[in-house]
Every structure is written in structure tokens, then in C-alpha cells.
Write a protein that binds this ligand. Structure first.
Ligand code: AMP
Ligand code: MG
Length: 323
């Protein structure tokens, strides 16, 4: 192979099939940080001594490399719970855990959490935000909703508008739709060519790893509803004057593309569930169960992050507040 004068030294080495010692060290450093991220994103190994076999704790987490089929995942599932009132106390418990752990995350001011919510239309992204984060201090939490890109956003690389909004240290940030739209709606509507959207899975994995290496834990939830349930929810939006603002005639057009969207979601989730930034496919036909699963997963992940209040300044013992 001829030497390429334009490549930096270690890239040149790997292009020649040998590994430069410096690039090996770089690789090891990345692996170490990624291993830490993978431990907090499998929180059952940290939060409980032995993950209980039933309910299968990380039931809905997609394993790296696993090929999922949404048709095989029951959107009506709810473990052994049958009614909303059976989960209310537990949901409240997880909300309080999130509140307390978020206070510590904010005080520690070192690490942060990025929560990605994706779903079909009416899948319950807004409802999840409203019900799961009700107790949180608004000062430590931000929600960003991503719509059709503006002219300025569209004139940049696809990640630009998302990267700009990732959490600062100490913060919890929720993406209501996210960079996955660029392999979902964009693919289904042929907004870019296949060779462009296809390479984005890899770009997204690298982006999320980069975030991980900056002490951002990334959790991704797909709220999985059935086509029948979407019909009921769209009808309810149409019938209820207080909900009509949520209805768009465009939702009907999108519904006709249901199968194409399911395929795009399967590919995105299968290609981009990594040990450091896993996808959870949450059965979401029952709103109360969806809220429980999302709240429980976030509370456990925060507990695994285990943020600490910083020590006070030295010598505080002798301080007397003047009159
Ligand atoms: P809603 O969340 O109901 O307000 O709708 C937002 C709309 O923006 C949805 O139809 C999305 O598919 C669309 N959208 C979000 N991100 C993108 C993107 N990157 N490219 C094109 N459309 C998008
Ligand atoms: Mg909508």
C-alpha cells in the first residue's frame, strides 16, 4: 500500500494494517470510559445485589447487536399489573427517587443525563414527560422538542441542532424526538438518499459514545404502541375539543406509512443500541405501565450513577455568621 502523505501518523499506521502505539493507548482510554458508562446503563447490576429473575429486570433493554422485531414485542404488556391503581404508589416512589437523585446530580455538577424519547405519533412522549418528571426541580431539567428543521438547522450537518442542546454538567435533558428523526422521518419520506441516512447509524453511535466520554449518560426509550391504539388516540383527539390542537391532518398521512415507520424504528433501534447508550422498547398501550417502566429505569440509572453532594469548603466549622 502506498503511503498517504495527507494522513496524520497514527491514521497512516492503521491504514497500513499496523497499530501505532499511541492509537492503542487512545483506544484503551476510550474503552475504560465506555465500560463505566455500560455499568450505569445496566443499573440492575448496581442497584440490586442479584437482579430478581421475575419480572425479568432489564426486560425491555435491547442488547448490543440484537436484531429486534417490533411485531414480536407486545405493546399491551404490563408484567403482572392489571390496573392503573396497582402501580400508582410505585410510580410515586420512583418519582421521588428521581427528585432526590436529581438534586444530588445538580449539586455534584460533574455528570449529566440525556433522555431520548421517540415514538409513533400519539405514542405518548408528551404524557411521559408530564407524568414521570412531575416532581423534579425545573432548574435542573430541560426539555427540547425537535420539529421540522429550520432553514438554519437544515443548512448544517444533521447532528448540529441536537449537539447544541445536550445537557450541561449536573443537568437532566429530555429530547422529545431527537437525532433519530434523521433516520426515521427522513428515511420514510426519502428526504435524503439511502447512502446518506444509512451511514448515520454509525455517526449516531460515535456521537453518543463521544457524549458518554464527556460524562453524559444516554438513555433512549421507544414508546411502543399498536396501530389500533393509535387509531383510538387519534379519534379521541378529534372528538375532544380540548385535544384537537394536538391533531394534524398530516397525522393521517403518516399513519398510512405505519409499516415503513416500524421498519425504520426496528433498524434504528437494532443498529444503535449499544452498551453505553441502550435503547429500551417500552410497551406503551397502557399509559400507566409506560410511565412506570420509564420512571423505574431512570431512577435506577440515576442511582447507579450515584451522584454525590460535594464537600463544603475547608474550615467551615469555625465560621460564625455576623449579626
Ligand atoms: P410534533 O412532534 O407532533 O409537533 O411534530 C413534529 C414533526 O416534525 C413530526 O412530524 C416530525 O416527523 C418532524 N420532524 C422532526 N425532526 C425532523 C427532521 N429532522 N426532519 C424532518 N422532519 C422532522
Ligand atoms: Mg404530532
Amino acid at each position: 500500500m502506498s503511503k498517504n502523505k495527507h494522513l496524520p501518523e497514527d491514521r497512516e499506521a492503521s491504514a497500513n494494517g499496523t497499530t501505532h502505539p499511541e492509537s492503542k493507548k487512545t483506544q484503551q482510554a476510550a474503552e475504560k470510559a465506555t465500560t463505566y458508562a455500560a455499568s450505569v446503563t445496566a443499573p440492575e447490576t448496581v442497584v440490586v445485589d442479584k437482579p430478581p429473575p421475575k419480572p425479568n429486570y432489564p426486560l425491555y433493554r435491547v442488547q448490543p447487536g440484537e436484531r429486534i422485531s417490533l411485531g414480536d414485542i407486545d405493546p399491551n404488556a404490563s408484567e403482572n399489573y392489571r390496573k392503573k391503581k396497582e402501580v400508582m404508589a410505585e410510580l410515586e416512589k420512583h418519582r421521588q427517587r428521581i427528585r432526590k437523585l436529581q438534586e444530588r446530580l445538580y449539586a455534584e455538577n460533574q455528570r449529566s443525563l440525556l433522555i431520548v424519547l421517540q415514538a409513533m405519533d400519539t405514542g405518548g412522549k408528551d404524557g411521559t414527560i408530564k407524568h414521570v418528571f412531575r416532581e423534579i426541580n425545573p432548574q435542573g431539567c430541560q426539555v427540547w422538542s425537535f420539529k421540522v428543521p429550520s432553514d438554519e438547522e437544515a443548512s448544517h450537518d444533521f447532528l448540529w441542532r441536537y449537539h447544541h442542546r445536550v445537557p450541561q454538567r449536573g443537568m437532566i435533558t429530555i429530547f422529545n424526538r431527537a437525532h433519530y428523526e434523521d433516520v426515521l422521518v427522513v428515511r420514510v419520506h426519502d428526504l435524503v438518499k439511502e447512502d446518506v441516512w444509512r451511514q448515520r447509524y454509525h455517526i449516531i453511535n460515535e456521537f453518543e459514545q463521544m457524549l458518554t466520554l464527556s460524562n453524559i449518560t444516554v438513555l433512549k426509550f421507544f414508546l411502543h404502541i399498536s396501530k389500533d391504539e393509535q387509531k383510538r388516540r387519534l379519534e379521541s383527539r378529534l372528538e375532544n375539543p380540548d385535544k384537537q390542537w394536538k391533531f394534524s391532518k398530516n397525522d393521517i398521512k403518516e399513519r398510512r406509512l405505519w409499516d415503513e415507520y416500524q421498519q425504520a424504528f426496528e433498524d434504528a433501534i437494532s443498529n444503535c443500541s449499544t452498551a453505553y447508550a441502550p435503547w429500551y422498547v417500552v410497551p406503551a398501550n397502557k399509559k400507566w405501565y409506560r410511565n412506570l417502566v420509564v420512571a423505574r429505569t431512570i431512577a435506577d440509572t440515576l442511582e447507579a450513577i450515584n451522584p454525590q453532594y460535594p464537600n463544603g469548603e475547608k474550615g467551615l466549622k469555625n465560621i460564625v455568621i455576623p449579626d
